[in-house]
Design a protein around this ligand. Structure first.
Ligand code: ADP
Ligand code: MG
Length: 325
C-alpha cells in the first residue's frame, strides 16, 4: 500500500515537470514522513532540501497524535499542557477554520476518529451509545488557551490535527527555503502542497487525481505562490460490511462523510488554509462548500461528487489549464 502511495505521489511530481524544455537546475527528494510521502523539489541544493525536511520533521514531533511523546499526545492524555508556539498557532488557526465552516472543520474530532478506527478493526458499525459518547466530547469551543497553556474542558476530549498539520508543515518548509534564498520550489506532503515561484518551464503544474481511477487525472492547474490541497476519500478509509467509510468525519453527526463529495481541491494563499478548507469543504458538501469558497478572497476550489459531478468556484478558471472530465 505504501509503495503504491509513493508511486502515485511520484506521478504528481512527474506531472509538474511536464513540458520541460530548459536544462533542469531542479533537484527533488522524497521521504516517508507524517504518515505520507513528502516530496521536495527545489531550484537549489541538497542542503536546502534537508533543512526543509527537518522543518517538517519538527512539526511532526510536536503535533502527531500517534507518537505518545508529542506535546499534542500529552495534552490529549492529561487534558492540559504547555504548548509550543507552533502548536498553539495551528490550534488557533484551526479554531478560525471551525468558525468560518460553522463547525464542519473541528480538530476536537479526536474521539470520533479513534472510534471509527476501532470500528474498522472490529469490522462493525458503532452503537448509538458509542457514537453519542464520542460525539459528546466534540466541540472546538471547549478548547481554552491562556498564555502558552492549552486546556481541554471536557474529560476525554482529544485533539486531532490530521486535517491541518501537514499543510502547516509544508508552509514551515517553504519558510525555511525562502530564508535560505530559494526562489522556486515545490513541497508536496501527500497532496498538501505549496508551489513557490515557478517550475522548470513556467508556473508549477499540478494534476488533480481522479477519485475513482487513480491512474487518471481530472484536470491540470497552473499555480505560482499558492498552497494547493486535496482531501479525498480514496487513500484512507475503512471497509465495514463491504461499505467504504472515509477518514473525514462530520462533527455534527459523528458519521464519516459518505460518497459525496469524493474529492475537494483547494487553492489558497498558503498550504495551511488549503489543507483545512479542503477538509472542511469535504464535510460541508458541494452546495454549502462552494458557497463558502466563493465567499473567501483568494481561495478557489473544485469539488468532485458522486457520478463525477464537478463544480468549481468562480475564479477557478484563472488556474485551470486543462480539463479531462
Ligand atoms: P489527508 O490526511 O488524507 O490529507 P485531510 O487533510 O482531509 O486528509 O485530513 C483528514 C484527517 O483530518 C483525518 O484523518 C482526521 O485525522 C482529521 N479529521 C477528520 N474529520 C475532520 C473534521 N471534520 N475536521 C477536522 N479534522 C478532521
Ligand atoms: Mg486537510
Amino acid at each position: 500500500m505504501k509503495t503504491f502511495l509513493a508511486f502515485l505521489m511520484a506521478l504528481f511530481i512527474i506531472l509538474t515537470f511536464m513540458g520541460e524544455k530548459t536544462e533542469a537546475k531542479f533537484i527533488s527528494e522524497t521521504k516517508f514522513m507524517m504518515d505520507t510521502t513528502v516530496s521536495i523539489t527545489v531550484d537549489g541544493s541538497h542542503q536546502d532540501i534537508q533543512k526543509a525536511f527537518s522543518a517538517i520533521e519538527k512539526i511532526n514531533f510536536l503535533m502527531n497524535d500517534y507518537i505518545p511523546s508529542t506535546e499534542i499526545s500529552v495534552l490529549n492524555r492529561k487534558g492540559t499542557n504547555k504548548l509550543s508556539c507552533d502548536t498553539r498557532q495551528v490550534i488557533l488557526k484551526a479554531i478560525h477554520f471551525s468558525k468560518i465552516t460553522r463547525g464542519a472543520f473541528d480538530i476536537t474530532v479526536g474521539p470520533l476518529v479513534r472510534l471509527w478506527q476501532r470500528m474498522g478493526r472490529e469490522k462493525r458499525l458503532p452503537t448509538s451509545n458509542e457514537l453519542n459518547r464520542a460525539l459528546s466530547l466534540v466541540g472546538y469551543k471547549n478548547i481554552k488557551i491562556s498564555g502558552d497553556t492549552v486546556k481541554l474542558l471536557k474529560k476525554g476530549m482529544m485533539l486531532d490535527l490530521g486535517g491541518i498539520a501537514k499543510g502547516y508543515a509544508v508552509d514551515k518548509a517553504i519558510e525555511v527555503l525562502r530564508e535560505r534564498g530559494v526562489k522556486n520550489a515545490l513541497v508536496n506532503a501527500g497532496g498538501d502542497m505549496y508551489c513557490l515561484g515557478e517550475g522548470p518551464s513556467g508556473k508549477w503544474r499540478v494534476g488533480i487525481q481522479h477519485p475513482r481511477n487513480l491512474r487518471k487525472i481530472v484536470g491540470i492547474i497552473s499555480v505560482a505562490n499558492r498552497g494547493v490541497a486535496t482531501s479525498g476519500d480514496y487513500y484512507r478509509y475503512h471497509v465495514i460490511n463491504g461499505k467504504r467509510f472515509g477518514h473525514i468525519i462530520n462533527p455534527a453527526t459523528g458519521w464519516t462523510v459518505q460518497d459525496t463529495p469524493m474529492s475537494v481541491t483547494i487553492i489558497a494563499p498558503n498550504a495551511t488554509t488549503a489543507d483545512a478548507l479542503a477538509t472542511g469543504v469535504f464535510v460541508l458538501g458541494p452546495v454549502k462548500g462552494l458557497e463558502l469558497i466563493n465567499s473567501l478572497p483568494k481561495v478557489e476550489g473544485m469539488i468532485i461528487s458522486k457520478g463525477m459531478k464537478i463544480v468549481t468556484s468562480s475564479g477557478w478558471g484563472k488556474y485551470e489549464v486543462k480539463r479531462f472530465y
